[in-house]
Design a protein around this ligand. Structure first.
Ligand code: DGL
Length: 291
């Protein structure tokens, strides 16, 4: 296995506090986390990466997710990130535990903050997530660790991410798909529903139409950003000066990303394309010493 520890130390950071927070997702989903960062930590500079060339993540194997996440983390460290937020539940569920100790930057994921917030809200918790996140059982394990005895039902929703990335947010077909996914959870009389994928808050208008008012929605984005703020405080790494403009990067065609991001953020971002070969981690060649 590649050893990524201390990777990227070759790039000096002038002031660690003014260095950006790295945020990544497979696509536009992580923008729901970015928006929370703007709200809660407005002085932080952000570098956002959407791995749109390899989207969706939610139907991929753990091995693939681990490979992608390592590549992105290595790149983020090279860009000088002082902290990385996995704004992707699939990566948080399948890779966070493994990669956390491989890099010397703090790496935060969504599962634990989401689980902690959900148990404050209810005892019958539904989770809508990508198939990979649902199959990993990460939310159930995290919730039971925090509050044993809670009941948890996880629903894999394979059609949501492609529909969202195609901007079919209010399409009648999307509504019928949402009904199909929520029905089994509503039959269990859930009192709380976790957005177990960062793309899903885009569907809030549709979900609100289907869910009874009594069901509380938990968006882990809110809570991972709160955790990031606490961690920055603890490490003395908060930025106190005006931030740099957010740097947006994607691995695929920037145009569809720009269209969706403009709707969500309220401005059209400038987006750089980072080709996959730039991202793929090149293992340093070992130099042989000549005796
Ligand atoms: N938005 C991501 C998540 O939270 C990934 C979705 C996907 O690419 O399938 O899981």
């Amino acid at each position: 296995m590649l050893n990524h520890r201390f990777a990227g130390n070759e790039r000096p950071i002038v002031s660690p506090n003014s260095a950006p927070i790295g945020v990544f997702d497979s696509g536009v989903g992580g923008l729901t986390v970015l928006r929370e960062l703007y709200r809660q930590l407005p002085y932080e500079s952000i570098i956002y990466f959407g791995d749109t060339a390899r989207l969706p993540y939610g139907t991929r194997s753990q091995e693939q997710i681990l490979k992608f996440v390592r590549e992105i983390l290595h790149w983020m460290v090279q860009q000088g990130a002082k902290m990385v937020i996995m704004a992707c539940n699939t990566s948080s569920a399948l890779a966070l535990e493994t990669v956390r100790s491989e890099f010397n930057v703090p790496i935060l994921g969504l599962i634990l903050p989401g689980a902690r917030a959900a148990v404050q809200q209810g005892q019958r918790i539904g989770v809508i997530a990508t198939p990979a996140t649902a199959a990993s059982d990460a939310y159930r394990r995290a919730i039971l660790e925090v509050e044993p005895g809670t009941q948890v039902w996880q629903m894999g929703c394979p059609e949501f991410v492609p529909l969202i990335e195609q901007n079919r947010l209010e399409d009648p077909y999307t509504v019928s798909v949402a009904q199909k996914y929520l029905e089994p959870l509503l039959e269990r009389q859930i009192d709380t529903l976790i957005y177990g994928c960062t793309h899903y808050p885009y569907l809030a208008p549709v979900l609100h139409r289907i869910l009874p008012r009594s069901v509380k929605l938990v968006d882990p984005a809110v809570h991972v950003v709160a955790a990031a703020g606490q961690e920055l405080d603890l490490l003395g790494l908060k930025n106190l000066r005006p931030p740099m403009p957010t740097r947006f990067c994607v691995s695929g065609n920037p145009q569809p990303f720009i269209r969706l991001a403009s709707q969500w953020l309220g401005y059209a971002p400038i987006v750089e394309r980072i080709s996959l070969p730039e991202l793929v981690y090149q293992q340093p060649v070992e130099l042989e010493t000549v005796e």
